[in-house]
Write a protein that binds this ligand. Structure first.
Ligand SMILES: Nc1ncnc2c1ncn2[C@@H]1O[C@H](COP(=O)(O)OP(=O)(O)OP(=O)(O)O)[C@@H](O)[C@H]1O
Length: 282
């Protein structure tokens, strides 16, 4: 398999409004790929099309070498994991019994339940009824449910949006571990720090089109002015262009012990998004 996900000329129209106009990208095996965009840009619609929940108006989509017209098959569904706004739990059952049902559905061993509860930091909630859990705890049970059958590819629609920073960091470490073990991850988020920390490549979605695509580092370098920001002990802030003629100036400042800090001018993904689209990612 060359690409885990291939999308060419994707278009989705709802009631004569194009939520997705013309989107093309691919995701490589073993990648963490981030789809980033403001509210209403089409992230969830894209995930729903990639997982067979919605059909496209036009364009070719294939996932794990399966063409989109076969996304409804049990074989395909057993190879992917999904966490989306449509994911749900049985509110009156315990956390353990919810996960047991999904293990049975996917023929996964029951030992996976405690492994997953550990991964999402919920071991103590094992016997709690789901209706008594907080929003963030439910989100973590949903994540455990999405991963319990060890899918090759997981789709995560804003997986940490309901979590506090401590639990979000725990989930990030878990996702990195999962990825190191070979799972491909497709994630949507508003959170630029999350995308920078986790993703191998990101696509910026706005107005139903991909406006930019690349690794966070490549994009940050591409949109940099390449100047150095130097802060001195006298609280002076100097902007020095990265040109050979300025080498002596920087060397002199360091030699005189004047430099408190030097930083490159690489913008954050949020600043790049703002520059390209004129919008904040909130
Ligand atoms: N079932 C539907 N019927 C009609 N319009 C829809 C439907 N689903 C989505 N849309 C429209 O498509 C556009 C994209 O919505 P989508 O939910 O994909 O955005 P999003 O980027 O995931 O937003 P958010 O970050 O708020 O979840 C929006 O204008 C939305 O109103």
């Amino acid at each position: 398999m060359k690409h885990t996900i291939e999308v060419n000329g994707l278009r989705k129209v709802f009631d004569q409004n194009a939520a997705i106009k013309d989107v093309s990208f691919f995701v490589k095996p073993g990648e963490i790929f981030g789809l980033l965009g403001p509210s209403g840009s089409g992230k969830t619609t894209t995930i729903k099309i990639l997982t067979g929940e919605l059909g496209q108006t036009a364009g070719d989509v294939s996932v794990l070498d399966v063409n989109s017209h076969l996304f409804g098959t049990a074989d395909f569904r057993s190879r992917i994991g999904i966490l989306s706004d449509n994911s749900s739990l049985y509110e009156r059952l315990t956390v353990y019994d919810n996960l047991k049902l999904f293990c049975q559905l996917y023929d996964a061993p029951l030992e996976q339940i405690d492994v997953m509860l550990d991964e999402v930091n919920l071991k103590e909630a094992r016997s709690k009824v789901v209706s008594k859990l907080s929003k963030g705890m439910k989100q973590r049970v949903l994540l455990a449910k999405a991963l319990i059958h060890k899918p090759e590819l997981v789709f995560l629609d804003e997986p940490t949006s309901a979590l506090d920073p401590g639990n979000a960091a725990h989930i990030h470490r878990g996702l990195q571990k999962l990825n190191e073990a070979g799972t491909t991850i497709f994630i949507t988020t508003h959170d630029m720090e999350e995308a920078t920390a986790l993703c191998d490549r990101v696509a910026f979605l706005d107005k139903g089109e991909v406006q930019e695509l690349g690794s966070p580092d490549t994009l940050r370098y591409k949109y940099s002015t390449h100047a150095f920001h130097v802060e001195t002990f006298e609280d002076e802030r100097l902007v020095i262009e990265n040109e050979s003629g300025n080498a002596d100036k920087i060397r002199e400042l360091i030699a005189n012990g004047e430099v408190k800090s030097i930083q490159s001018d690489n913008p954050t993904l949020g600043q790049i998004f703002l520059k390209i689209t004129g919008k904040e990612l909130v």
